[in-house]
Design a binder for this molecule. Structure first.
Ligand code: UDP
Ligand code: MG
Length: 330
């Protein structure tokens, strides 16, 4: 374990169409950092780094206004909407140049910012990665709660190491971030990827609040894409399951052949319309479904071979800290 000294901490905050809440969030987040700086638990120079993920509303303008007034804020603006995972990655990769530890947190203040104390304590005790895990899901609807639970079960069944009820509220040390930078995959599912890296890690529990303003930016289709990416980028087990299914179907057909042959020998070859129909429908369904799964993986391979950049940074605002003390001296 490395000798721990008081770190420079960066909060990385992905923002997509967050105009209703971004000013409030900026206030709450910078207040928290300033308090921690004052208590000498993090160093001066710690910052809140917003990542604008191609917002179509006033978010970017507001962010630039906020950053112009106060050097504790930095703004990375992506050239388009690359999605939550890529936005976080962009922020972390930028922040690791300046920070000793980076904590990613959503822009909507749903995740309790006070948990930062626990994150930091765990880092000081030697963790390289600290996962924020939500205490309960009462702020979610029945649908989201149900699908989330089923999803985590499925992921574990498929051999993924995802941590149940951990969304991307997470601390990573510079060392862990440098390791993450070595992973070049386009199909990014950080929650599954980071636990596979190893490193001393820890879990911190926090409460989830209702979204204070605006609405969820995770549309159903974005959530489905994330879920699908999560499975196919972390596990090839579905492919193996197809092979097992194929073997079972083969065995079944051998048995059916024998039965039909015996029937034919005995001369009672009954008109088997229903049987034939059912068998061909099932076979058609199984074949198409299997092709779909294989297609999904081929699509992933296709995207990976292109080696496209995972995000493009359009603009970047970062200012040297003009410390409170320095201003007083003048
Ligand atoms: N987000 C993003 N890009 C997107 C969608 C969402 O950067 O394409 C950000 C969003 O601004 C927020 C975080 O990801 O900071 C989580 O989104 P949200 O709170 O809408 O998701 P939920 O909490 O409903 O799952
Ligand atoms: Mg949210």
């Amino acid at each position: 374990m490395d000798e721990r000294t008081i770190p420079v901490l960066y909060l990385v905050v992905p923002c997509y169409n967050e105009e209703e809440i971004i000013e409030k969030s900026a206030q709450v987040m910078s207040d928290k950092l300033r308090r921690m700086i004052q208590e000498e638990r993090i160093l001066e120079g710690s910052k809140v780094m917003f990542v604008n993920d191609g917002s179509k509303d006033k978010t970017l303008r507001l962010l630039h206004e906020i950053a112009a007034k106060d050097s504790i804020f930095s703004v990375v603006s992506l050239a388009g909407n690359y999605g939550h995972q890529s936005a976080i990655l962009a922020g972390m990769m930028m922040a690791r140049k300046y920070a000793d530890v980076v904590v990613t947190i959503d822009a909507d203040l749903q995740q309790d910012i006070e948990a930062l104390d626990k994150f930091l304590a765990s880092y000081m005790a030697g963790s390289e990665v600290v996962y924020g895990v939500r205490n309960d899901r009462h702020s979610d609807g029945v649908f989201k709660k149900g699908t989330a639970t089923a999803y985590y079960k499925l992921m574990h069944l498929l051999g993924s190491k995802v941590i149940t009820n951990h969304a991307d509220y997470r601390l990573m040390s510079k060392k862990a971030l440098n390791a993450l930078a070595e992973y070049k995959e386009t199909n990014l599912f950080l929650r599954g990827l980071i636990p596979t890296m190893g490193f001393a890690s820890d879990v911190v529990y926090f409460d989830v609040k209702e979204r204070e303003a605006g609405h969820s930016k995770y549309t159903l289709s974005k959530m489905m894409t994330l879920a699908m990416d999560g499975i196919t980028s972390m596990s090839v087990r579905p492919l193996r399951m197809i092979a097992v299914l194929g073997i079972l179907v083969c065995l079944f057909s051998v048995i059916m052949c024998i039965i039909s042959f015996v029937d034919w020998l005995q001369g009672n070859n009954v008109p088997g319309y229903t049987t034939s129909l059912i068998v061909s429908l099932i076979m058609g369904g199984v074949t198409l479904f299997s092709l779909g799964i294989i297609g999904e993986y081929i699509g992933k391979i296709y995207m990976e071979t292109k080696k496209r950049p995972r995000y493009i940074i359009d603009t970047f605002v970062w200012k040297e800290d003009v410390t409170q003390k320095g201003e007083d001296d003048v």
